[in-house]
Design a binder for this molecule. Structure first.
Ligand code: FAD
Length: 222
């Protein structure tokens, strides 16, 4: 998997803090930008639950080589924009799939997995040879098939996304992607994302009897 931060709101911490402070100031955001203490202001305003202030910061990621199982989970997040490689217009001729670690680490399971993938891609190729278009031949392709996707989310949605998907209850693949996205966000916007991650980095786990029982450390402190 490869995760790149393609674009982001520059000075996101300062812009969101200035926007927040302008609500309580006679001056507009552009006049108070130079003087704001982003950390103090965002801690106060966002801490009060006024999360709309951090919607001014937007982040775009390019993700390569993740499974369609992952993107199916990802696109459930509705306050986001996605552009995903099409299996209708891009032929999937080359076998490319994600192998879960549980399968990779078990020779018998791995042999079964690989022979199944070989059979699937042979069927895909045979269907194309019969004149079946890629958009229909793809119906035989597996959840593990790799894909590329571009994601844009604002910081409010990202905090929510990290809360759900950096959690140990999320599946390992989307958790790995979310962790990498959070690391990239922390590099450019350390104040907004300082407490980002699963609920257990901020307090008690809300998962009840489904808790993993293993609180995670804050990103950046791991
Ligand atoms: C560990 C885990 C297991 C899961 N298991 C399943 C499963 O078995 N089956 C399944 O179907 N899904 C499952 N999901 C997906 C889950 O139910 C959500 O669809 C997904 O996480 C998106 O979350 P969301 O709706 O909170 O966020 P987003 O779509 O990102 O929305 C963000 C927030 O905006 C608000 N919002 C967005 N749309 C609306 C709306 N229409 N009305 C009111 N408020 C809105 C809500 O406050 C929401 O939390 C699972 C998710 C996780 C993390």
């Amino acid at each position: 998997m490869r995760v790149e931060l393609l674009a982001y709101t520059p000075n996101a911490d300062v812009i969101c803090a200035s926007a927040g402070n302008s609500c309580y100031s006679s001056s507009p955001a552009h006049e108070i930008m130079g003087d704001v203490d982003s950390e103090r202001i965002l801690n106060r305003i966002v801490g009060m639950g006024h999360h709309s202030v951090i919607e001014h910061a937007v982040f775009t990621f390019s993700v390569e080589g993740v499974s369609r199982a992952l993107t199916h989970q990802l696109v459930r997040h509705r306050i986001a924009s996605f552009s995903q490689q099409s299996q209708r217009y891009v032929s999937m001729d080359d076998p490319s799939y994600v192998v879960p670690h549980t399968i990779e680490g078990d020779p018998e399971a791995m042999a079964l997995f690989e022979s199944t993938m070989d059979a699937i891609w042979k069927a895909y190729s045979d269907l194309e040879s019969m004149g079946i278009p890629p958009e229909d031949a793809r119906y035989v392709l597996p959840n593990g098939c790799t894909t590329n996707i571009t994601i844009t989310m604002n910081a409010r949605e990202l905090l929510h996304f990290f809360s759900l998907r950096c959690c140990n209850r999320a599946q390992w693949e989307i958790r790995e992607m979310a962790d990498r996205m959070l690391d990239l966000c922390l590099e450019v916007s350390p104040v907004i994302f300082r407490n980002a991650g699963p609920p257990c980095v901020r307090g008690p786990c809300p998962e009840g009897r489904l808790t993993c029982g293993e609180p995670r450390s804050k990103r950046g402190s791991e």
